[in-house]
Design a binder for this molecule. Structure first.
Ligand SMILES: Nc1ncnc2c1ncn2[C@@H]1O[C@H](COP(=O)(O)OP(=O)(O)O)[C@@H](O)[C@H]1O
Ligand SMILES: [Mg+2]
Length: 396
């Protein structure tokens, strides 16, 4: 294609509307191409070895169980290769990993993925975590609190085309709904439901402060916290993706959470900006929580070294600063910068959506293993949080 850029062309507001429409049309047709034949995302299927690995079984134990046929035995393709559907894989995980499942009296653990900055892999981390936890048997609700709707897009929904304003958390923010339940939508990934987002969600930034002025006893920062009360009993884990700002919605996400994950690439600017994030958060928390005689603590706060470039000499220095500053909050794992998402179609998914056969095996393995380790570490902290909940019930 030739670039027709003219160096002397003025642009009117009407031109911009036309451009925006054109871009929207391209996005829609791109999705059609990426997700052919019917523009819907499809979940992966799993080999016997993969299911065994998820369940922590030896191959021989797995084969024995398949023979007994007490659990779904998968489908044999034309060849002798057995494949398990996502649904079946989750049934295996729930059965074989029963000691990791949510105890009867415990509630969902809510996790916000947050950072001031855009492009630090918040959304990728949130979606990958949801997929990994769901594969381990947990029932997950993801909530997109970013009006840009990147998480929504990764689940195969185009925010401006497939999502109505009423399907987002907007009604909760306006107060016409008190529980998030109205907005819960199933996804292509069984075991993950979503509350999607679209651009209209920006108006929450006006609705929340305006209600704060006009409604007695209104607490703009607790809207999501209260809104997910019923979801807390219906899900095992709730994951909140946030926008790259400390907006009213992000404050809601942070204060609704039991755990926080901050993806942080080891670059100087990302590190310094992360400091500003906590400064601002602490000011807000003092205003909204401490000064009102309330308290709040998190079950865990994790800093996740993200998009680490092995060839970047400066990153090892910044990594030291991060460790010095965040101490034991830093997770003992690094997500490598990888070409995995460099192919356009892979951008519609994560490492869990990628068919290993389509890309470089070593690249895939490194990224996949790193994310698996993150999921494992987060699950461990979730189990601890559940124990804490139950301990408190028994203590009181
Ligand atoms: N490990 C990685 N290596 C390289 N690029 C990545 C990696 N993870 C995500 N990306 C890409 O980085 C960009 C920003 O990621 P995203 O999750 O949207 O960040 P955020 O939500 O913080 O804005 C996306 O294009 C994504 O595909
Ligand atoms: Mg994002």
């Amino acid at each position: 294609m030739t670039n027709k850029k003219k160096m002397d062309s003025r642009v009117s507001l009407e031109d911009l509307i036309l451009t925006s429409n054109r871009v929207g049309a391209v996005i829609e047709s791109v999705r059609g191409t990426m997700l052919a034949p019917d523009a819907r995302k499809r979940p992966p299927t799993f080999t016997t070895n993969q299911v065994a690995a998820i369940c922590g079984l030896e191959k021989s134990q797995m084969d024995y169980r398949i023979k007994k046929a007490e659990l779904p035995v998968g489908n044999m393709e034309g060849s002798a290769r057995r494949r398990f559907s996502l649904e079946d894989t989750r049934i295996w995980a729930q059965t074989e990993r029963s000691k990791f499942m949510r105890p009867k009296d415990a509630e969902a653990i809510t996790i916000a993925v947050a950072n001031f900055k855009g492009g630090v892999t918040k959304t990728t981390t949130a979606v990958t975590l949801a997929q990994g936890l769901s594969l381990r048997g947990h029932k997950v609700l993801v909530i997109d609190t970013d009006p840009q709707g990147s998480m929504t897009t990764l689940f195969g929904l185009l925010p401006d085309v497939d999502v109505t304003d009423e399907q987002t958390i907007l009604s909760l923010c306006y107060g016409t709904e008190l529980s998030i339940d109205y907005a819960i939508t199933p996804t292509y990934w069984s075991g993950i439901d979503i509350v999607p987002a679209n651009l209209a969600l920006y108006s929450a930034e006006f609705a929340l402060p305006s209600r704060q002025k006009s409604e007695a006893n209104f607490e703009f920062w607790n809207v999501l916290n209260h809104g997910i009360d019923t979801a807390r009993t219906n899900y095992d884990v709730i994951i909140l993706d946030t926008s790259p700002s400390l907006s009213y919605l992000t404050i809601n996400a942070l204060l609704a959470s039991d755990g926080l994950i901050m993806p942080l690439p080891p670059s100087t600017l990302d590190f310094t900006s992360s400091g500003q994030f906590w400064n601002l958060f602490n000011d807000l928390a003092a205003n909204l929580v401490t000064n009102r005689g309330k308290s709040k603590s998190f079950d865990f706060v994790d800093v996740l070294l993200a998009r680490v470039d092995a060839n970047d000499a400066s990153s090892s220095v910044v990594r030291e600063w991060i460790t010095a500053g965040y101490a034991n909050m830093v997770l003992p794992v690094e997500i490598p910068k990888t070409a995995l998402t460099a192919s356009a179609s892979a951008e519609f998914g994560t490492v869990y959506d990628t068919d290993p056969a389509t890309i470089n095996a070593r690249t895939y393995r490194r990224a996949f293993d790193a994310y698996e380790r993150v999921v494992e570490l987060v699950e461990e902290q979730i189990l601890t949080a559940w124990k804490r909940q139950i301990g408190e019930q028994h203590g009181s």
